[in-house]
Design a protein around this ligand. Sequence first.
Ligand code: OW7
Length: 370
Amino acid sequence: MLREAGPVVQLRRWDVYAVARYAEVHAVLNDPATFCSSRGIGLSDFAKEKPWRPASLILEADPPAHTRARAVLSRVLSPAAMKQIRDGFAAAAEAKADALLAKRSFDAITELAEAYPLSVFPDALGLKPEGREHLLPYAGVVFNAFGPPNELRQTAIERSAPHQAYVQEQCQRENLTPGGFGARIYARADAGEITAAEAPLLVRALLSAGLDTTINGLGAAIYCLARFPDQWARLRSDPSLARNAFEEAIRFESPVQTFFRTATRDVDISGHRIREGKKVLMFLGAANRDPRRWELPDQYDVTRRTSGHVGFGSGIHMCVGQLVARLEGEMMLSALARKAASIEISEPVKRLYNNTLRGLDSLPVTLKPA
Ligand code: OW7
């Protein structure tokens, strides 16, 4: 409805502007000097309100500070880094697919979309085994905290203290195992690319953004493949489509639905004046189904040319962990495509309620072996 209402829509309830068409969302994402991140990418303006936790050095930053942080995380999560973890991620996906096929009926959110990333990502980061139960509750707070200041946000923040304490502790160098993403961030501090005080905040970014995103991406992919059996058949007939099937699920469901920017000056968007200091809310999921940009936007098509979708954002802030996300998606979907004949939804799904994330709390399925 927002997308069809106009190129820019004023939301008076919060005194912000919404953009939900592909062209405007893409334009805002690609003009970071005018639409900044350092005043927060949630509803709250950090120029007026103190953030609920110290601002992220990468997500909630602008150049030049952002550029240095970005360079470090890009290198830690580079193609070369993926090569080192790929075999381990593949083996874990095979094992998970075998175990779930033996069970036949299970919850594809908790037992697959959550269980697989939890079996590979915390180890790749270098976290110790104790306390990992805080990871998903912490991410839930982070994504609810982008606002608005509703019950979901307030309750999440009120209960966040133990999760925040855990995360802060795990970000310290002595708690990160050698060879992991965390230790590699500290190595960049040793090389002088970031300061010693910045390293733990970059580890925190991975703890904040590295699990709930891939979990809801994988959940979206399973939900799509279970609902659209012709697409499942297509994937089964050519498992090399797994990576694109995952990417198309990101476009189709857009697990991260919304982010804000803040106007740094008076600016026009498609002929509509936005005043300095106003928040602009980008609807990524709406842009990803804009018929002005996409053919048959409401169809999930594993062979679609997905490039240009904004499910990972666009421009200088585009998801720095996208290679990890795609690796997880590809490995898990490829294992399922080779081992399972069918995925059926066996009971009604339950939606997830979160201010930023779109996904499911429960997706009961039955798999049949190939
Ligand atoms: C961070 C998916 C967007 C995020 C999300 C939440 C937190 C952070 C990044 O990326 O702490 O930098």
